[in-house]
Design a protein around this ligand. Structure first.
Ligand code: IPT
Length: 970
């Protein structure tokens, strides 16, 4: 055996022996899927490979079996982890930066399998071996013959295997290298994972067949005509039976059509056929352009309500089933998401088929990121190095050629975080030539020399506003200023969804609606990339950076999605759904009017039904349907309250009218009745409770007594009516969130924990206790060790019939120049009170700047159900605007009353436990429930990557008094 030539691994060349890129086509040519179990061996590097493993005679029977497609590090992670473990870094390269060289320790997988060429496989034409995605470099043999090598992990590669394949039994062998020169171009913020991770197939290419198709299907909104022209081989015919189109390749047909939009994903079945081959296409007619400074589809400005989607599966890494892809889109559509940026590489091609079908706008992003070079100014960035030009152009061409027939793809993105340079400019120039029908996106060039859309990430609200007014700072190169000022603006990343948050979504949305130039954006990001693990006793947890012993890692920064790793929506997604809702319902109790605005760009409201409900104290009094004319996009209707609302009698509590827009019939992504939007307003306040007469406080034993409430010697409540309470006392702390812990400036949590504040370790000093006829008054001072500043806190306890009232007066003393995490009291309660019913904001958690989705109603949950399962434990679960809450269980109950409102958390553990835990499974239930009753909550912001809490959502220390009531009776 001659020594294998491994030079391709560290070559900047994108590959050799490959066929030219072409569209992913649904063809009737013969094909054979090669997915399934392959023989597999993992070597430590190029020095640890198997000479002759590609030889059909080689005996690999002793090798392991590994599923193709899969990522080799994702196997048996709770067991032997036979093929290494995932490793996470964001910006930094996990190997010495010495391009194009990579370490000797370069895990190398050798794959082999046999396949039988079907007996009817055509004898003429070509036989092609197609890989949809191999991470990161590979070489391929069929029956011992080397076909070539490739790079570009999330892009397809085809090799001509005609000369190597034979009838009957064949052997295919693939050697895959974790690291290659290509790794320098694939520094995306995600797990480093390897292998043949997308499908592999053998496809036949008939002589006279259809090698490639480029369908140009545009829509003229002025005439209503769709124009179709299909580039395909000479002699091919293009048919669209539904439209009566039957034309030759290259010819143009113009017919009346229903256009494709993300809101109305109308597709037409088409076929392109020669005598030898027929491919099925689904055509969506739409025209994308930048016109008059706006990004328009079919002549209209669109508003992107988008998310950045990485491909992630907690068990399989970046190998996704079609069901998982569909689930992503269903969950997106159910939450009013209308756009996806395929951060930061082209997705599995089947995902784009689903996008066409289900309807979302797609920014298709190339597999390119050289972010780590930002840390190595001494090395020039590949984006500006002529040596890498071919690799850049190759990646762009492979994406564009594969995906060019998708109606959903409305922009090409050159890649992510690769700075700027001539190779990026060359990609742009190439694609503008190849596909003038789609604008070019790239964020990294702030001067916008070679892009059609001004794109930024994490610009704060104030800057976004300036950009909206076109009064932003000038470009560095003055020659480019007019161009940039004249193009539309998108936030390709904003509202970093790490942990609890993101806060400030509503304020961004207002800017997108106010400024026509600001056409929305893409929340960072769709999913938490947690890796599913199990403890020895079977409890599930999700791993993040560092959990696999990586020497260099970026911790839980990989866990920053709107859905948890298991794709359950987080409160952030529920908030996003409300903030971006495409129909706005305003209930106005003054003039007793309901306004419904259609905020969609293309679709009417004919698909929606409007339902109303009147609730008193959260209990339904009356429901009905609201008759509304179907509204065209941009239109609004104002209607009077339905007459039964006026006819209702006296309110039996606080009365609310809620109007909801729901799907009138099933859609492919949600069933009839699914809620799209809602609005509500209070029609009547709760009647004031009659005062029931007070009671005196008196000394009792070593403490005090006030009616059936008992207090200890320090004046702390210990029981009400026999129910033990570990007294409510002032508490300002929350388990820091990711947004508290991280910041581009100074993390807030550092200031909170600083010696001068010490909010995480407050001490309570009783200054005086007075028991008298009016009740019990306990004066205290609350401050941290080492700190001079403190809070005066006076607790005034009174009795009113069977209710016990507490007014807390808080007065900051000394220099407080930082916002507080919370302002409230904490208490501990018996564990049996496990059922919580409340009237107030819900059903989910909410904070000062994440409260759009909280509606007023009556909700019920177990204590477990009140916890939001953030992968990295932190403050969570607060219910806002609570009028009253009943905690019950074990035959006992405690009612907590607001005067008027409070925020509530109930947990089986303390804030300190949450703070100490690194994973959910670190949280161990205590023998009591820990309750926070809050008068104020600081916002969440998204400082983990972006702006902090807006001024209006900061909880600043100031003299405050708040009142809570307690009762134990029924
Ligand atoms: C930005 C990246 O584009 C994205 O991949 C992700 O890392 C995100 O940040 C944070 O989660 S880059 C950052 C320097 C703004």
């Amino acid at each position: 055996m001659s020594r294998t030539d491994f030079t391709y691994v560290e070559s900047v060349s994108p590959g050799s022996g490959r066929r030219g890129p072409r569209a992913a086509l649904d063809s009737d040519a013969a094909a054979l899927a090669l997915d399934g179990d392959w023989r597999f061996r993992l070597g430590a590097g190029l020095h640890d490979t198997t000479a002759g493993f590609e030889d059909p005679a080689f005996d690999a029977d002793g090798w392991d079996l590994l599923a193709v497609p899969s990522m080799w590090q994702m196997h048996d992670l709770d067991g032997a982890a036979p093929y290494g473990r995932p490793a996470y870094t964001n910006v930094v390269y996990p190997f010495p930066v010495d391009p194009p060289r990579v370490p000797d320790a370069n895990p190398t997988g050798e794959y082999r399998r046999a396949f039988t060429l079907p007996a009817d496989w055509p004898a003429t034409g070509r036989t092609v071996l197609r890989f949809e995605g191999v991470d990161s470099a590979f070489a391929v043999w069929v029956n011992g013959t080397l076909l070539g090598d490739g790079k570009g992990s999330r892009l397809p590669t085809e090799f001509d295997a005609t000369g190597a394949v034979r009838p009957g039994e064949n052997t295919v062998a693939v050697r895959v290298h974790q690291w290659s020169a290509g790794s320098y171009l694939e520094d995306q913020d995600m797990w480093w994972l390897s292998g043949i991770f997308r499908p592999v197939s053998l496809v036949h290419r008939p002589e006279g067949g259809i090698e490639d198709v480029f369908a140009h299907a545009s829509y003229d909104h002025r005439t209503g005509l769709g124009t179709l022209r299909v580039e395909a081989p000479e002699g091919a015919r293009v048919t669209v039976p539904e439209l009566g189109i039957d034309i030759a390749a290259g010819e143009t047909a113009a017919v009346r059509v229903e256009p494709w939009t993300a809101e109305t994903p109308r597709l037409y079945e088409a076929a392109v056929a020669t005598a030898a081959e027929r491919v099925a296409l689904r055509i969506g007619f739409r025209t994308v352009e930048v016109d008059g400074g706006l990004l328009k589809v079919n002549g209209r400005r669109i508003l992107l309500r988008g998310v950045n989607r990485h491909e992630w599966d907690p068990d399989h890494g970046r190998t996704l089933s079609v069901e998982t892809m569909r689930r992503d889109l269903e969950v997106m559509k159910r939450h009013n998401v209308n756009a996806v940026r395929t951060s930061h590489y082209p997705p599995d091609r089947r995902f784009l088929d689903l996008c066409d079908e289900i309807g979302v706008w797609v920014v298709d992003e190339c597999d390119l990121e050289t972010h780590g070079f930002v840390l190595h100014e001494w090395r020039s960035n590949p984006s500006d190095e002529p040596a890498w030009r071919e690799a850049y152009l190759d990646r762009m061409a492979r994406m564009v050629e594969r995906d060019k027939n998708h109606a959903s793809v409305i922009m090409w993105s050159l890649g992510n975080e690769s700075h700027t340079g001539q190779n990026l400019a060359a990609m742009s120039a190439w694609v503008k030539e190849r596909d003038p029908g789609r604008p070019v996106h790239y964020e990294g060039d702030w001067d916008c020399g070679y892009v059609d859309v001004y794109s930024r990430m994490y610009a704060d609200h104030a800057e976004t506003d300036r950009i909206g007014h076109r009064t932003e700072q000038s470009t560095k190169d003055p020659a480019l200023d007019a161009h940039r000022r004249g193009i539309p603006f998108v936030l390709c990343e904003y509202a970093h969804a790490m942990g609890n948050g993101p806060g400030g979504l509503s304020e961004y949305q207002r800017l997108f609606e106010q400024h026509e130039r600001c056409q929305g954006g893409f929340v960072w990001e769709w999913i938490d990339h947690g890796v599913r693990r199990r403890t020895e006793d079977g409890r599930e947890w999700f791993a993040y950076g560092g959990d696999f012993g990586e020497p260099l890692h970026d911790g839980n920064f990989v866990v920053d999605g709107l859905v948890f790793p298991d794709r359950e929506p987080s409160p952030g997604l529920v908030e996003f759904k409300k903030v971006v809702e495409p129909v706005r319902i305003t209930v106005d109790p003054g003039p007793r009017r309901i306004t419904v605005e259609n905020l969609r760009d293309f679709a009417g409201t004919g698909d929606l039904a409007f339902e109303w409900a009147v609730e008193d104290d959260g209990e339904t009094e009356r429901t009905g349907r609201l008759d509304l004319p179907a509204l065209d996009p941009g239109n609004a209707a104002i209607v009077q309250f339905p007459s039964p609302v006026a006819d209702l009698g006296e309110p039996r509590g606080e009365r609310w009218l809620t109007v909801r827009a729901v799907l009138a019939k099933d859609e492919p992504w949600a069933g009839a009745g699914h809620e799209i939007a809602w609005g509500q307003a209070r029609l009547a306040a709760a009647p004031a409770p009659a005062p029931a007469g007070g009671a005196p406080a008196e000394a009792a034993g070593s403490g005090y007594r006030l009616g059936d409430a008992a207090f200890d010697a320090l004046g702390r409540l210990t029981a009400i009516g026999g129910l033990e309470i570990d007294g409510p006392r002032l508490d300002l702390w929350r388990a820091p969130t990711d947004n508290d812990l991280r910041s581009w400036h100074a993390p807030l949590a550092d200031a909170w924990r600083d010696r001068a504040a010490g909010l995480d370790r407050l001490e309570h000093k009783v200054l005086g206790i007075e028991a008298d006829a009016g009740g019990l008054t306990v004066a205290t001072r609350v401050a941290a060790a080492g700190a001079e500043a403190g809070m005066g806190a006076v607790y005034r306890w009174t009795r009113d019939g069977d209710r016990l009232w507490l007014t807390v007066e808080v007065d900051p003393e000394g220099a407080w120049d930082l916002p507080l995490p919370r302002l409230g009291v904490r208490a501990a309660l018996p564990k049996e009170l496990d059922e919580v019913t409340w009237f107030g904001g819900g059903p989910g958690e909410a904070y000062a700047d994440t409260r759009a989705a909280a509606r007023v109603g009556r909700f019920r949950s177990t204590v477990a159900g009140l916890q939001t399962p953030y992968v990295f434990p932190q403050e969570n679960g607060s219910r806002i605007d609570v009028r009253w809450a009943v905690l019950s269980g074990g035959g006992r109950r405690l009612t907590v009353l607001g005067a008027p409102h409070f925020a509530l958390t109930v947990r089986p553990w303390t804030s300190e436990d949450l703070e100490a835990a690194k994973h959910r499974t670190d949280l161990v239930e205590r023998d009591r429930l820990h309750v926070n009753l809050d008068a104020g909550l600081h916002g969440m912001g998204s400082a983990a990557c972006g702006p902090g809490v807006l001024p209006e959502h900061r909880l600043l220390p100031r003299a405050t008094a708040f009142t809570l009531g307690f009762a134990t009776g029924a």
